[in-house]
Structure formats: structure tokens, C-alpha cells
Design a protein around this ligand. Structure first.
Ligand code: 13P
Length: 241
């Protein structure tokens, strides 16, 4: 059975005070959310600490946005698996296009982070996706297959979520057409050894397109940026119809 995973990626947004205010608005909205939907908040590290202290009894799962491959060491600015585990983090976003584009993340470092996350029992959310130029050149499939091949070397597909995030659809308001997202996600699945890996779509997911996206048979969830920052909009997303 493929799990439904609805995750917010807060990126570098929200102070701790803003996080507390988000929770006040969001928690009442998930009282009736069906049990089989996993709700995840991938928040900045400081906010994870706030969330971890104030969410006992809540069904929200905590997710980080990075993890280093070593358990400890001289790696300024990084965070380790044991540090995340200690505060109850369960998921970690790895290989997001913003990290690949701005922070020198490569398929090799993505692979090391994936294996480290799994070593500590964290579930990685591996992001893959093409640029506008790659799509226009007809290179979408080849690019994504190459990412999968390199990123997933020796990665355990029993504890893995993948997010298909076409880069041209991130933060642009331009959603990938849901049938096209479904097609690409089906292709991603065809390359996996475990067909039960949950595969999300990400890129301008909003309250007004979530129902159509989640109606697609290959799509097992979403990774949401901007629309996960407001309690009402993320509430509508996790309560998709
Ligand atoms: P937006 O939902 O803001 O387009 O961001 C998508 C994303 O990058 C999630 O990881």
C-alpha cells in the first residue's frame, strides 16, 4: 500500500513566534482529516524545536530540510541525524532544487545524505525535477532518470518518499498540468525496484488545484511551499476532496 504524504516545506520562513501562531490556526483544521493521510511539516531548525515542544498528541510529523552524512564533526552550518532524531524529527527533504541550485548540492552529496538519513531511521523525501530549458529541449525524462540513477545508489527503497518537482513550477504559480505530473510520476515509479514508494508532486500546489492533483492515480501526495505557510490554505490542502 502506498502511503499518502502531504508535506509542507516552509523553506526559510517563520520565526518561532510565527510558528506558534500557525499551529493555533492549523491544529483545529486537522481534527477530521482522514487517518490514512500523513501530515508533515518540514520547518527551519529553530522552528522544529518549537514544534517538537508543542505538538505532543498531535498527528503532525516533523520534517527537516537537510541532514549531513556524518554524525558529528567540523562541518559549519550543517545538522546531523542524531540532532534531528533527538527532537523527534521523522522526515527530511533531500536534494531540493534550491539546494542543488544555490548551495552546491550534487547527486553525490544527495546520495550521501539519503543514506545517512536512512541509517538513523529518518525517511528521506528525495526531490527530482527538470528545468524549463530541459523540458523545452525534450530532456525531462533523461534528466530525471539520471538523477534517480545517481541519487539512489545503495539507497533502501523501503524507507523513501520521492517528490517530483518540476523546477519551472516552483514558486511561479505555473502548476504542471496534473495529467502530465501523473505521467512523469508513473515513469519515475517504473524505474524503482519498490513500486510502493510514495511519490509526491510539488510546484505551485494550492487549495484550488489540490483536488485535481490528488485525483491522479500515480500521485501519492504533495510537497507544498508557499501554500503551506498559511493555516487555512494548508488546512484545505490536507483536507483535499
Ligand atoms: P511552491 O509550492 O511555493 O511552488 O514550492 C514548491 C516547493 O519547492 C516545495 O518543496
Amino acid at each position: 500500500m502506498r502511503k499518502i504524504v502531504l508535506a509542507g516545506n516552509w523553506k526559510m520562513y517563520k520565526t518561532q513566534a510565527e510558528t506558534r501562531s500557525f499551529l493555533q490556526g492549523f491544529l483545529p483544521q486537522i481534527n477530521d482529516t482522514p487517518e490514512n493521510r500523513e501530515i508533515v511539516l518540514c520547518a527551519p531548525f529553530t522552528d522544529l524545536s518549537t514544534l517538537s515542544g508543542s505538538m505532543h498528541g498531535s498527528r503532525i510529523m516533523l520534517g527537516a530540510q537537510n541532514v549531513h552524512w556524518e554524525d558529528a564533526g567540523a562541518f559549519t552550518g550543517e545538522i546531523s541525524g542524531p540532532m534531528l532524531l533527538e527532537i523527534g524529527v521523522r522526515y527530511v527533504v533531500i536534494g531540493h532544487s534550491e539546494r542543488r541550485q544555490y548551495f552546491g548540492e550534487t547527486d553525490e552529496t544527495v546520495n550521501k545524505r539519503l543514506k545517512a538519513a536512512q541509517k538513523h531511521g529518518l525517511t528521506p523525501i528525495l526531490c527530482v525535477g527538470e528545468t524549463k530549458q530541459q523540458r523545452d529541449n525534450g530532456e525531462t525524462e533523461a534528466h530525471i532518470f539520471s538523477q534517480l540513477e545517481k541519487d539512489l545508489v545503495e539507497v533502501n527503497q523501503q524507507n523513501l518518499v520521492i517528490a517530483y518537482e518540476p523546477i519551472w513550477a516552483i514558486g511561479t504559480g505555473e502548476t504542471c498540468e496534473s495529467k502530465e505530473a501523473n505521467r512523469v510520476i508513473g515513469l519515475i515509479r517504473s524505474k524503482l525496484s519498490n513500486s510502493n514508494v510514495s511519490i509526491q508532486y510539488g510546484g505551485s500546489v494550492k487549495p484550488d488545484n489540490i483536488d485535481e492533483i490528488m485525483a491522479q492515480p500515480e500521485i501519492d501526495g504533495v510537497l507544498v511551499g508557499g501554500a503551506s505557510l498559511e493555516p487555512a490554505s494548508f488546512g484545505r490542502i490536507v483536507n483535499y476532496k
